[in-house]
Design a protein around this ligand. Structure first.
Ligand code: ADP
Length: 513
C-alpha cells in the first residue's frame, strides 16, 4: 500500500467511526440528558446519606427515575464549592462569561427536543408547551450572554476638582437559587444566567417534582465548559427542603438568595435572611385580575383568557385568577369562552393534540377540587367542567368555568393554580379596579379595552408589577418580571435582572492635583 492509499483508508475509517458515533449519540440523545445524580463541584454525585427519592410522571403515576435526596451536609459542600469557584470566576472577563453562556445556549437549542420530553414526563405539560418553555428558558441564557458585556459603570462629575467619582458593579458572590416545578427550565435559567453573567457562582435547589429538567441543564452547562464549582445543583425531597433553605439563608458563604415559589415559603425565607441581612429576590404567588370592559374586542379577550388561564393547566403565577366581566358584554363573552373551553382536550401531555395535562401532584389536585367544591357549596354555578376527569388518571381535572363568584368564596380570594375560570360581573370601571386591587398580591393583571383613555387610566391604577393590555401572554426575556405587595421583591429578566446579583461600588480617588 502506498502512503497515499494508506492515508485514504485512515480517512475513510475515521469518517465511518464519526458517523457511527453520531448515529449512536442520536439514538441515545434523550437518555444522555436524563441524569440521576446531582451536580456538585464539577462532579456527578450521590447524597451523603446515600438516599434517593422517586420522580413521578403525574400523567400516569409511573416512576421516571430517582435522584439523590440530599441534606444540609450535601448543600454545605455545594456552597463551599461555589464559594471557592467564586474566587476565580469573579475575575473572569465579561467576554469570557458571555462566551460560555453562548455555548450553553447553543447546546440548549441543539438539545431542545430532549429537554422538552423530559419536562413533559415530569411536569405533565403538553409537549408543545414544554417546547415553548424550553425556547423561553433558553432565551434567558441568550439574553444574559448579551447583557454580560453591557454591565457598565459611571464616572460622575465631582463637586471638587481634587476628586474623581467612579461607580461600578460587582458580583455579590454565591447565589443560592430555589426554583419551583411549574417552569422547571426557565426559572433556573432566568436566575442562573443573570448571576453567571455578572460573575456570581450558583447553588441551585430545584423543585422535588421536576429535578430531571434541571439536571439536563447542568449536563449541558458542563458540556459548555463552565469551570467546576461555578454551577452546582442539589436535589432533595420536600422534607429536606426547609433545612437546605435555612442553610442557604444563614450561611455566611452565601451572598444572596433568589426564590420562585409560594408566598408562604417566600415569607419564611425573608425572615431567615434577616439574620445575615442577605440579598433576597422573591417571585411569589399572584392573584391576577383579568378584566373585560364593554369596549373590548370580545374575540381577542376570549383568546387572551384561554392563553392566560390554561397554560400549564392554570399552574402559573401570572395566570388570570379572577375574571371580571362588565355587564353589557358579560353574556357574549361567557358564551364564546364556554364554547372554546369545552373544546379543550385534556390528557397525557406526550400525546398529540392534548391542550391540558394533569395537575402536578395530590396536594395541587386537592386544592383545586376543594376550591371548586367550596364555591359551588356557596352558590356558584358550573358552566363547564367542575369535576375530576378520573377516567384519565388521578391528577386530571376538567377545564372549568364557574359564575356567580362572591367574595366569601376561596376562588375569589386565593390563587387557584388550576384550570378554573371564576367569573365576576361588574358595572363600572371604578368597581372593577376596586375588586382587582382588593388583594394582598400584585404580580400580573390583564384587561381588554379598545378605549385608549381607559387603557392608560386602568394600566396606571392596577396595583401590579406587570400589565397585559389586550394581551394574555406577557413574559419575555427582554421585559422585567416581578410583582409588588406580597408577590415579591426584585425583577428578573430584562437588563434589571442583574441587579439582584450585583452591588454598586463607589470609589473616590482623592488628592488629585
Ligand atoms: P409549591 O407549594 O407550589 O410546591 P413551594 O413554594 O412550596 O411551592 O416550593 C417551591 C420551591 O421551594 C421548591 O423547590 C421547594 O422544594 C422549596 N421549598 C419548600 N419549602 C421550603 C422551605 N421551607 N425553605 C426553602 N425552600 C423550600
Amino acid at each position: 500500500m502506498t502512503i497515499d492509499s494508506c492515508w485514504l483508508v485512515r480517512v475513510k475509517m475515521f469518517v465511518k467511526s464519526r458517523l457511527l458515533s453520531k448515529v449512536c449519540f442520536m439514538q441515545t440523545r434523550g437518555m444522555h440528558l436524563l441524569n440521576q445524580k446531582a451536580y456538585v463541584d464539577g462532579e456527578w454525585v450521590t447524597s451523603a446519606s446515600n438516599q434517593n427519592f422517586n420522580v413521578i410522571n403525574p400523567a400516569n403515576g409511573s416512576v421516571i427515575g430517582t435522584v439523590p435526596n440530599m441534606n444540609v451536609q450535601d448543600a454545605q459542600e455545594a456552597i463551599e464549592a461555589a464559594a471557592k469557584a467564586f474566587e476565580t470566576w469573579k475575575f473572569t472577563t465579561a467576554k469570557e462569561r458571555a462566551h460560555l453562556l453562548r455555548k450553553w445556549y447553543n447546546l440548549l437549542v441543539e438539545n431542545q427536543d430532549s429537554i422538552a420530553k423530559i419536562m413533559t414526563a415530569e411536569s405533565g405539560k403538553p409537549l408543545p408547551e414544554s417546547a415553548g418553555e424550553v425556547a423561553y428558558g433558553n432565551s434567558f441564557v441568550e439574553w444574559f450572554s448579551e447583557q454580560a458585556r453591557n454591565v457598565r459603570g459611571e464616572i460622575v462629575p465631582s463637586p471638587v476638582p481634587s476628586k474623581k467619582i467612579f461607580i461600578d458593579h460587582h458580583p455579590i458572590g454565591v447565589a443560592a437559587l430555589i426554583t419551583p416545578w411549574n417552569f422547571p427550565h426557565a426559572m433556573i435559567t432566568r436566575k442562573a444566567s443573570a448571576a453567571l453573567a455578572v460573575g456570581c457562582t450558583c447553588v441551585i435547589k430545584p423543585a422535588e417534582d421536576t429535578p430531571f429538567t434541571a439536571l439536563a441543564l447542568m449536563k449541558l452547562a458542563e458540556e459548555a465548559g463552565f469551570p467546576k464549582g461555578v454551577l452546582n445543583l442539589v436535589t432533595s425531597d420536600r422534607n429536606n427542603a426547609p433545612a437546605i433553605g435555612a442553610l442557604f439563608c444563614e450561611s455566611p458563604l452565601v451572598a444572596g438568595i433568589s426564590f420562585t415559589g409560594s408566598t408562604q415559603v417566600g415569607k419564611i425565607l425573608y425572615k431567615q435572611c434577616s439574620s445575615g441581612i442577605k440579598r433576597l429576590g422573591l417571585e411569589l404567588g399572584g392573584n391576577a385580575p383579568f378584566i373585560v370592559y364593554n369596549s373590548a374586542n370580545i374575540d381577542k379577550a376570549v383568546e387572551g383568557a384561554l392563553i392566560s388561564k390554561f397554560r400549564n393547566c392554570g399552574q402559573t403565577c401570572v395566570a388570570a385568577n379572577r375574571f371580571l366581566i362588565q355587564n353589557e358584554i358579560f353574556d357574549e363573552f361567557v358564551d364564546k369562552l364556554t364554547q372554546r373551553v369545552k373544546q379543550l382536550k385534556l390528557g397525557d401531555g406526550s400525546h398529540p393534540g392534548v391542550n391540558l395535562g394533569p395537575l402536578i401532584n395530590d396536594a395541587q389536585f386537592h386544592k383545586v377540587s376543594g376550591m371548586v367544591e367550596d364555591a359551588v357549596s356557596k352558590g356558584a354555578k358550573v358552566l363547564a367542567g367542575g369535576k375530576p376527569a378520573s377516567q384519565l388518571g388521578s391528577l386530571f381535572y376538567e377545564p372549568t368555568i364557574i359564575s356567580g363568584v362572591q367574595s366569601n368564596m376561596q376562588v375569589y380570594n386565593e390563587e387557584v393554580f388550576g384550570p378554573v375560570i371564576s367569573l365576576i360581573r361588574f358595572k363600572t370601571e371604578e368597581e372593577s379596579l376596586q375588586i382587582a386591587n382588593a388583594t394582598e398580591r400584585g404580580l400580573a393583571g390583564y384587561f381588554f379595552s379598545e378605549d385608549v383613555t381607559q387603557i392608560f387610566r386602568v394600566s396606571s391604577h392596577l396595583e401590579v408589577g406587570m400589565v397585559g393590555v389586550n394581551e394574555g401572554l406577557i413574559s419575555t426575556a427582554e421585559a422585567p418580571f416581578g410583582g409588588i405587595k406580597e408577590s415579591g421583591l426584585g425583577r428578573e429578566g430584562s437588563h434589571h435582572g442583574i441587579e439582584d446579583y450585583t452591588y454598586i461600588k463607589y470609589t473616590c480617588i482623592g488628592n488629585l492635583k
